[in-house]
Design a protein around this ligand. Structure first.
Ligand SMILES: *[C@@H]1O[C@H](CO)[C@@H](O)[C@H](O)[C@H]1NC(C)=O
Ligand SMILES: *[C@@H]1O[C@H](CO)[C@@H](O)[C@H](O)[C@H]1NC(C)=O
Length: 476
């Protein structure tokens, strides 16, 4: 007996097919248009992405919505769920992920979680059973926790989340192999030598991990090429990284990496989790309600690339509408920083020990227009998000010229600033880590980014372009 559901599934599949074909035509015809117009509105990388993805995926009707994720990303990114009530399964998911069952000491055990005997993973279908992540500054690098939770949730029937990644139990059927080691937490908690110990727990775990991976067929098959290893804290995986350079790292930046081990061609830059509370769009102070022109708070004396902080400090410290002070934030300090940023028009992100910091994401959460002075910074999702529409790029060599920075920022008119502020309110959600994950949030965006990295040769957004685009947009 042919049941009704089967029939309607067939009909909806045929519709999806028809939809796919018409979309393909639409894209092909517009692609011809784009090719002939030099002033294409669609940036090259996006355009390429649409074409590559569509031609690759159009045969599979359920995935035809994928190109639109990327296209509409200029406005807002989301994973459309083709059939709203459908359970996310392997045919629909963007990425099939195999995850090693590493013992809890590598992941949730680091959070103090203890399961029953032989239990490896917490039961995520019961919200009160999920180990919570401690607050404080460790949160910045907590992406390892959110991604792992999301994978576990992908096979839990009653958790609603975007269908970007799904856990599979057979590694030969997976697109990527996920290594669930909470390396940043391991570094933050266990990298100090205690008493008479000769080594640290962090080192022991890294050694064990290297040995484990090198012994796996999955690793040997590709030399780790399809493995995803999380190393968000710049000092995480310090020992293991040189043995695991074949894999793809999820990291904050490349500041402490040799380019043979980590580079933008294979690896994925993930946002920090902001530590200040994200301002509700309705409560966000407007141009007039932000009396401070420029805000910066952080450690000022820094080694390496951080010398520039000191130079800027002496250039700006006596200006009346500039807040530029010492001090990294302690627990009570977070609130002060949140206030400071929300009453400022522009927030400086100056290179420190490493090119990136959570300050950029705190500024975005506060809708304070980021001014990025860090020549080597890598930005999350830059292939689909045009940062010049909501932040300002300034070369270090320009920023240290007397008068340059303030002159530039004072010239930014209210209308231009407001445009950037509106954009900040829209894109803020792409930097939110949450559980369950939501369409277009940081977790979803990272899976999509991994998928893009696996599917096409990354069309590098040139760093030089940033400055040009920034100036063009500001019109100064
Ligand atoms: C999922 O179902 C379990 C019981 O089967 C329930 O305890 C849990 O609260 C549910 N979770 C969600 C997110 O609804
Ligand atoms: C995994 O899949 C491959 C081919 O798809 C199959 O040959 C193998 O038996 C599967 N392994 C398990 C444990 O199911």
């Amino acid at each position: 007996m042919t049941s009704i559901p089967e029939k309607s599934a067939f009909i909806s599949r045929s519709f999806a097919c028809l939809f796919a074909v018409s979309i393909l035509f639409l894209i092909l015809s517009s692609s011809i248009l784009f090719q002939f117009g030099d002033n294409s509105l669609v940036p090259r990388s996006i355009y390429k992405l649409i074409i590559v993805q569509t031609t690759r995926d159009y045969i599979k009707p359920v995935e035809t919505s994928v190109p639109f994720v990327s296209l509409s990303c200029k406005e807002s990114c989301s994973t459309p769920n083709p059939v709203k009530s459908a359970i996310c399964d392997q045919t629909q998911a963007l990425l099939k992920v195999f995850m090693y069952d590493l013992p809890p000491e590598f992941h949730f055990g680091l959070l103090g979680w203890k399961g029953a005997r032989n239990q490896i993973w917490p039961d995520v279908s019961k919200p009160n059973r999920i180990p919570s992540y401690p607050g404080g500054l460790n949160l910045q690098h907590s992406m390892e926790y959110w991604l792992t939770l999301d994978l576990l949730s992908s096979i839990s029937p009653n958790i609603s989340r975007p269908c970007s990644a799904i856990l599979v139990h057979n590694s030969t059927q997976a697109d990527v192999i996920f290594v669930p080691f909470f390396s940043s937490l391991s570094y933050n908690r266990h990298s100090k030598i205690h008493g008479a110990d000769k080594t640290t727990m962090d080192k022991i775990l890294q050694e064990k991990l290297v040995k484990f991976l090198k012994g796996r067929d999955e690793w040997r098959r590709t030399g780790g090429k399809d493995h995803i290893i999380m190393a968000h804290h710049p000092n995480s995986m310090l020992l293991a990284r040189k043995h695991l350079g074949g894999a793809r790292f999820l990291l904050a930046d490349f500041g402490r990496y040799n380019s043979q081990i980590a580079n933008i061609d294979k690896d994925v830059v993930a946002p920090y989790k902001h530590v200040v509370r994200r301002l509700n769009a309705r409560d966000s102070p407007s141009f007039e309600e932000r009396p401070v022109l420029v805000y910066f708070q952080g450690a000022i004396y820094r080694k390496d690339g951080g010398m520039i902080r000191q130079k800027l400090y002496y250039l700006l410290k006596d200006e009346k509408d500039v807040h530029f002070t010492f001090g990294s934030f302690s627990s009570g300090g977070v609130r002060k920083v949140a206030r400071g940023m929300s009453f400022s028009k522009f927030c400086l992100n100056i290179a420190g020990d490493t090119p990136s910091s959570n300050r950029l994401f705190d500024a975005i959460a506060s809708q304070c227009v980021p001014v990025i002075i860090s020549d080597d910074i890598e930005l999350p999702f830059e292939d689909v998000l045009d940062y010049s529409k909501f932040s300002i790029f300034v070369r270090s060599s320009d920023a240290v010229k007397k008068g340059y920075l303030l002159k530039l920022l004072r010239k930014v008119r209210r209308e231009k600033w407001t445009q950037m502020w509106e954009r900040l309110k829209e894109i803020g959600k792409h930097f939110e880590y949450e559980h369950p994950s939501m369409s277009g949030d940081a977790v979803d965006m990272i899976w999509q980014m991994i998928h893009r990295k696996m599917s096409y040769v990354h069309d590098r957004v040139s760093k030089e372009n940033r400055y040009e685009m920034s100036q063009k947009f500001l019109n100064v």
